[in-house]
Every structure is written in structure tokens, then in C-alpha cells.
Design a protein around this ligand. Structure first.
Ligand code: GDD
Ligand code: MN
Length: 388
């Protein structure tokens, strides 16, 4: 694009989080170009070092089109925080947020923009459910069900009345984001819901219908994990507020408590039904609880850093080793307290021991199991390089 000697100030900043969208970025810019004629815009792609080379593809567009910007983050993953950081970097006072996979219909952007600029609303969001047909983009009945449950929960728990509080497609004033900022979720959940829930007073929202298209390239990163993420978000908003502990810790501790029940159930099962000795039953039960704790925490508490493939098994071994240290700490502390305070009460030392274990397990596994972000080979990446 030739440099414009007297460019119109940017009116709309479009923020697009991307993870493995290499085949979609050029097309999006093309579509924004035709959808936003008459509005002066920029687009900010926020990428988390996608292994498919999305950032390279954006960089390449940015070289010849100054409306295109890239924020490339490291050490983090997450759609929500990507949107927040992109929004903070926006040049204009009005921000659009949309997905980078062409599922969001960019042709309604001017309408959303108009609602906000005219002052009719502080947020104009695009709803997948105001259209009479079932959204094409919700590929299965299961996804429809998950969405419905999520929407009902969101409305009820946060006292809203929206047809699609979980949508990732909306336009807002930058001010709305800035106001919500101090109260935004640490773990990051559906960013629109997060922003609305964090704002006092509530910003005025209007919803417009759009057709949620099918994904062409790549795959959706959201699955039934969203319901668990929702739970974590809820814990953070409603419990962490009063109990000043990180939501992740609360989640970890809750899952470990269920793990204890799991231990007991397996113990009884193996001992009673199979007539195993105490030691064998205890061993099997410990392994079962360990597997349960690891798998569920990996999927829920650390959904954003979930370990997969070989990393999953390596992580499991680390988890098991670190947790056995936790068990020794538990027994050590409990015994010490028990000796010191005699027969007073046994429950208190036992609980102190258990508490030490859960704190240790949390801190240690957060650092060593889920702490490391694994990078793709950034310099000499061969796969899916974008052709010049
Ligand atoms: N930077 C970054 N980091 N971007 C990410 C990440 C991440 O960790 N994970 C996903 N994205 C990007 C994707 O590349 C895509 O552009 C967008 O975020 C949405 O991700 P999808 O994986 O396509 O989500 P979806 O289609 O399943 O979910 C849709 O429905 C949700 C409703 O519950 C999206 O519209 C969501 O925005 C919406 O909230
Ligand atoms: Mn999508």
C-alpha cells in the first residue's frame, strides 16, 4: 500500500488473538480491508509463538501494510490475556475483538462500531444465538449443549441477560477495558464476560446477530474443558475475593480433596473385593489418586498449560516424585506436632500435615511440572514456513 501523506487517524483497532492460524491471517486482512472501507483501522495480531509460524505470516503482511501489527508474546498462552494485551496496545479509542479463524463474520464490524461510536452502547457484541438457525460453527450437538449450559450459567451467576455472554466477537471503548483492568481474572476466561463481570457500574451492552461460520483451517482449541475453566473463573470471582488465595490453588486443593475420596474408594474396592492385603490396596489406591490428581489438574487447573504427548508422561513422573516428597513432609510435620503437643488432639496435627502437603505439592508442581513453556524451534523452523 502506498504511504498516505495525510492519513486519517485510526478509528478502529481490531485485536485478533492467534494460535496456529498461519493459513488464515492473510485472508482476514483481506476481508477486513473490504469490510471496513470508510473506517480507518489497524489490526493487531497477538500471537503466542504458534509453532506453525503464524507470527512470520503476520510479520510478512506487516512489512508492506502499515495497518497490520504484531504482538508476539512468550512464556504465556491464553486467548483472554492476548485480547487484553492487544487492547492495551491499540492506537484508537475503539477496539474490536475477533477470532483469527474466519469464524467471525467481519461484515458486521461497521454496525458494531457504529453502536459504540454513536454512544448507544459501551460494548456492542455479536451473538451467535440471535439468528434462528443453529450456528454452523458449533460443529456438534455436544458443542451446542456445552454452549447452552455455559450461557445459562453465565447469565445466572453474573446476573446478566445476554443471548451470548461467551462470545469472542465484540467492539468496545478502550475505556471499558481500562476500567475493568484491575479486576480482570488472573486465570483468564471468556474475555467479554470477564470484562462485564469486572465492571462497576455495568457497561451498557447491545447484541447484534451474526452467523458463526465453520472453521476452514486449523482446529478449535476449546472443548469441554471450557466448563471446567468456567468453574475456575467462578471460584476466582466469588471465592478468591473473600479468601485471598489464588484460584489455581483453590482448584488444586479441591481436586486433591476429591483425590482423597478417590483413594478411599479404590482402597475399599481393592481390599474388600479382591481380598488384597493392606499394603497392596494402599499402593493401588495411592497410584489411582495420584493419576486422578495429575490428570484432572492437568486438564482443569492448568488447562492453559496442558501437557500433551510425551510431555504428559514426563510430567506425570515428576508429579509423582514431587508428591511423594509432599507425603513425607506430611508425615514428618504431623508426627512432630503430635509429639510436641502430646495426645491433646490428633486431628489438628493431621490436618496441619495435610495442609503442608497440599501447599508443597502446589508450589512444587507449579514450578517443575507446569512451569516450563516449551518453544518451537523459532530460528530454523522448516515446517509450514510462509513463502515470500
Ligand atoms: N494468542 C492466543 N493464545 N490466541 C489463542 C490461544 C492462545 O493460547 N488459543 C486460541 N487462540 C485464538 C485462536 O487462534 C482463534 O483465533 C481464537 O483465539 C479463538 O480460538 P478457537 O480455538 O477458534 O475458539 P473456538 O472457535 O472454539 O471458540 C469460539 O467460541 C467461544 C465461545 O465460547 C471463539 O469465538 C471464542 O472467542 C468464544 O469465546
Ligand atoms: Mn474458532
Amino acid at each position: 500500500m502506498p504511504a498516505d501523506p495525510d492519513p486519517k487517524p485510526i478509528e478502529l483497532s481490531v485485536v485478533i488473538p492467534t494460535f496456529n492460524e498461519v493459513h488464515n491471517v492473510a485472508e482476514i486482512v483481506k476481508r477486513l480491508d473490504s469490510a471496513l472501507s470508510g473506517i480507518s483501522w489497524e489490526v493487531i495480531f497477538v500471537d503466542d509463538l504458534s509453532p506453525d509460524g503464524t507470527a512470520d505470516a503476520v510479520r510478512q503482511l506487516a512489512r508492506s501494510d502499515q495497518r497490520v501489527r504484531l504482538i508476539s508474546r512468550h512464556n504465556r498462552r491464553g486467548l483472554s490475556s492476548a485480547v487484553v494485551e492487544g487492547g492495551l496496545a491499540a492506537a484508537s479509542d475503539v477496539i474490536a475483538v475477533m477470532d483469527g479463524d474466519l469464524q467471525h463474520d467481519e461484515s458486521i464490524l461497521p454496525e458494531l462500531y457504529e453502536k459504540v461510536v454513536s454512544g448507544e452502547a459501551a460494548i456492542a457484541s455479536a451473538s451467535r444465538f440471535l439468528d434462528e438457525d443453529r450456528p454452523e460453527g458449533l460443529a456438534s450437538d455436544q458443542r451446542v449443549k456445552i454452549s447452552n449450559t455455559g450461557i445459562q450459567l453465565a447469565n445466572r451467576l453474573f446476573d446478566l441477560d445476554m443471548s451470548d455472554p461467551l462470545t469472542g466477537f465484540f467492539v468496545m471503548r478502550r475505556e471499558v477495558l481500562l476500567r475493568a483492568l484491575p479486576e480482570l481474572s488472573e486465570i483468564g476466561f471468556k474475555v467479554l464476560l470477564d470484562i462485564i463481570a469486572a465492571s462497576r457500574p455495568r457497561p451498557k451492552v447491545v447484541e447484534l446477530p451474526f452467523r458463526f461460520r465453520e472453521r476452514l483451517h486449523g482446529e478449535s482449541k476449546l472443548d469441554s474443558g471450557v466448563l471446567y475453566e468456567f468453574l475456575l473463573f467462578f471460584i476466582e470471582k466469588k471465592i478468591s475475593r473473600y479468601v485471598p488465595l489464588p484460584a489455581r490453588f483453590i482448584s488444586f486443593a479441591l481436586i486433591n480433596s476429591i483425590g482423597i475420596l478417590c483413594h478411599l474408594a479404590v482402597f475399599l474396592f481393592v481390599e474388600r473385593l479382591f481380598g488384597a492385603t493392606f499394603a497392596v490396596a494402599q499402593l493401588v489406591a495411592t497410584l489411582a489418586a495420584l493419576t486422578f490428581n495429575y490428570t484432572v489438574n492437568n486438564a482443569v487447573t492448568y488447562n492453559d498449560r496442558r501437557l500433551r504427548g510425551v510431555d504428559f508422561y514426563v510430567g506425570f513422573v515428576m508429579f509423582a516424585v514431587l508428591c511423594s516428597v509432599g507425603i513425607f513432609a506430611n508425615i514428618g510435620v504431623a508426627t512432630m506436632l503430635h509429639h510436641q503437643y502430646g495426645e491433646l488432639i490428633d486431628l489438628a496435627p493431621a490436618m496441619a500435615g495435610a495442609l503442608i502437603t497440599v501447599v508443597w505439592n502446589y508450589v512444587a508442581t507449579q514450578a517443575f511440572v507446569w512451569g516450563r513453556v516449551r518453544y518451537p524451534d523459532l530460528v530454523s523452523r522448516k515446517s509450514e514456513r510462509v513463502k515470500s
